[in-house]
Design a protein around this ligand. Structure first.
Ligand SMILES: *[C@@H]1O[C@H](CO)[C@@H](O)[C@H](O)[C@H]1NC(C)=O
Ligand SMILES: *[C@@H]1O[C@H](CO)[C@@H](O)[C@H](O)[C@H]1NC(C)=O
Ligand SMILES: *[C@@H]1O[C@H](CO)[C@@H](O)[C@H](O)[C@H]1NC(C)=O
Ligand SMILES: *[C@@H]1O[C@H](CO)[C@@H](O)[C@H](O)[C@H]1NC(C)=O
Ligand SMILES: *[C@@H]1O[C@H](CO)[C@@H](O)[C@H](O)[C@H]1NC(C)=O
Length: 500
């Protein structure tokens, strides 16, 4: 087995803060770009439903129309005051908001948060922990921090934290004094940690499930029929309609040999017990608590050259992708073709009329497997990050975890085609068919998608590119991550104060 040590590190995303880089990016975005008004704007004006034929005839137009309508409703219904937000919270969740909520609303409004009420992701990820008594929660966290590796224990006491340099604490530094005392566990790996299939277990231990198939373990909690097949699976429409369905492992048995994390994850150190661990991404059956990935705004992914003002019409009529084969550890014991990035390459690389794709590095693989992949898929030179700006369409796929280039691609005035199986903090606010074109894991429809947006859908493509570019500045800013974290931590701290 010969893994290049430097490349092996790619399995682990470095937790080191690039605080200065983030500040620089923010300064550049908000002060140095005279070409564009990055101030807050009335969102209702941005999106144009009117260019979709009414009633929409093509199935893709129907999907765009449906999602744009949903998007406009989302933007319109947000509360305008703490009082209104508290009323909406009670209606939605049938309980009082956590202590400090009114201050949170004031802060979010002051920071021009486009979203005030729609934080169901927080509700979903904390739900399993609402059943646990505070004492059990505390002892499980203590047990996990004793036995788990690559977990950071973060304590906030009297409005400060002794740890320095963690992105989440940098992000929260202005609001720390408003947060109650608490302790949480932060996952340092790209891959999620909490399988949660033994929710009653109080001793938390982590096991190494890396480099071998994980599907059976990850779908153990799904409902099964008498002969052991997943229940509730459904035949999916050709074009992807609902992200909720596509992300749901239980409904998609076909994923078993189509995605790196299921066939041979690079690293996977998980626990069967149920304990809150903060992670940046997870698959649907896991119980990690989702926090924003700060890599999105780091220097390596988003910098001043990464804002593109090229006229969409003048860009090349192709879908572009460059990247490495991350997603699996490709050993001799597995079929490397099951890696999602490799499958994408195999599917589209010969169709050079519509696609310009290339695998530019082979890492996380046994030597002979690296060789086999390179022989089958080729090895073009690495490309500039901004090379994608030349193209109308750009592909974005998960690696070992989420793809850190997503926000850069969204704001590049090209149309992002996205294939993903991981849930993230932003799932309620980045809307398929409005901000990007969702692609199935099977990839059957990908050629027809490109063809549609090159012919009858050119107008819609230009609008998606423009909308996603401005949405990054409106709803995916570093401050939007702070606002999410602030609210999450109020809810999280309240779990430990239950009176029953
Ligand atoms: C919020 O929007 C208002 C009105 O456009 C603007 O004056 C203010 O500077 C914005 N505040 C922040 C923090 O972006
Ligand atoms: C908490 O912080 C405040 C000021 O930030 C300080 O005055 C107070 O003494 C601190 N309390 C404790 C218990 O450390
Ligand atoms: C973009 O380029 C096309 C064709 O060159 C031109 O018709 C259109 O007006 C340009 N749009 C903008 C916004 O400059
Ligand atoms: C793609 O082209 C290569 C050679 O250029 C060929 O070996 C391979 O069979 C082709 N694949 C498909 C799916 O047509
Ligand atoms: C990418 O950025 C580099 C350096 O900033 C620049 O020289 C190059 O022209 C850019 N390429 C494209 C396609 O924009």
């Amino acid at each position: 087995m010969s893994v290049h040590p430097q490349l092996w590190r790619r399995c682990l995303r470095s937790p080191t803060t690039k605080v200065i880089a983030v500040i620089v990016v923010v300064l550049i975005i908000f002060h140095n770009l005279p070409l564009r008004d990055f101030g807050f704007f009335s969102r209702e004006k941005i999106i144009r439903i009117s260019t979709i034929p009414d009633p929409p005839k093509h199935p893709i137009d129907q999907l765009i129309y449906k999602q744009r309508t949903r998007y406009q409703e989302l933007l319109k219904r947000q509360s305008k005051s703490p009082k209104e937000a508290i009323t909406n919270y009670k209606l939605r969740y049938k309980r009082d908001p956590p202590p400090g909520f009114a201050d949170w609303v004031r802060y979010a409004l002051q920071q021009n948060s486009t979203i005030i009420d729609d934080f169901d992701t927080i509700e979903k990820v904390l739900h399993p922990f609402r059943q646990l008594e505070p004492g059990h929660l505390e002892s499980r966290i203590e047990s996990a921090r004793r036995t788990g590796s690559r977990l950071q224990t973060v304590s906030i006491n009297n409005g400060t934290s002794l740890l320095a340099g963690l992105p989440i604490l940098e992000s929260l530094k202005d609001v720390l004094p408003s947060l109650p005392d608490m302790t949480f566990l932060l996952n340092e790996l790209d891959e999620p940690r909490v399988i949660g299939s033994q929710p009653d277990k109080d001793d938390i231990s982590f096991h190494d499930y890396g480099r071998r198939p994980s599907w059976t373990k990850l779908t153990a909690s799904c409902q099964k029929t008498d002969n052991g097949e997943l229940e509730g699976q459904q035949k999916h429409p050709y074009f992807l309609e609902s992200i909720t369905n596509s992300l749901d492992l239980c409904r998609n048995p076909g994923y078993e040999d189509q995605y790196g994390m299921f066939t041979s994850p690079c690293t996977f150190v998980g626990t069967e017990g149920l304990v809150p661990v903060f992670s940046v991404a997870r698959v649907s059956t896991m119980r990690d608590v989702l926090v924003p990935g700060h890599d999105y705004h780091n220097e390596g992914f988003l910098n001043k050259d990464d804002v593109d003002f090229r006229n969409f019409t003048s860009k090349e009529n192709k879908l572009y992708w460059r990247g490495s084969n991350t997603g699996t550890y490709a050993s001799s014991q597995m079929k490397w073709e099951t890696n999602h990035r490799a499958r994408f390459m195999l599917k589209v690389r010969n169709n050079t009329d519509l696609f310009d794709v290339g695998m530019t590095a082979y890492i996380q693989c046994d030597w002979n497997v690296c060789q086999a992949m390179e022989k089958a898929l080729g090895l073009p030179p690495r490309a500039d990050k901004n090379a994608s700006f030349k193209y109308k369409f750009v592909m974005d796929m998960d690696g070992n975890g989420y793809s850190g280039r997503f926000y850069r691609l969204l704001q590049s005035n090209s149309v992002v085609f996205k294939q993903t199986l991981v849930e993230q903090w932003h799932d309620e606010r980045v809307i398929p068919w409005v901000h990007y074109v969702p692609v199935t894991v099977g990839l059957d429809e990908i050629e027809d998608l490109v063809k549609f947006f090159l012919t009858e859908g050119t107008r819609q493509a230009e609008e998606i590119a423009a909308e996603s570019t401005s949405w990054v500045q409106a709803a995916l800013r570093p401050i939007d991550m702070t606002i999410y974290e602030y609210r999450l931590l109020l809810e999280y701290a309240a779990l430990f104060k239950k009176t029953s």
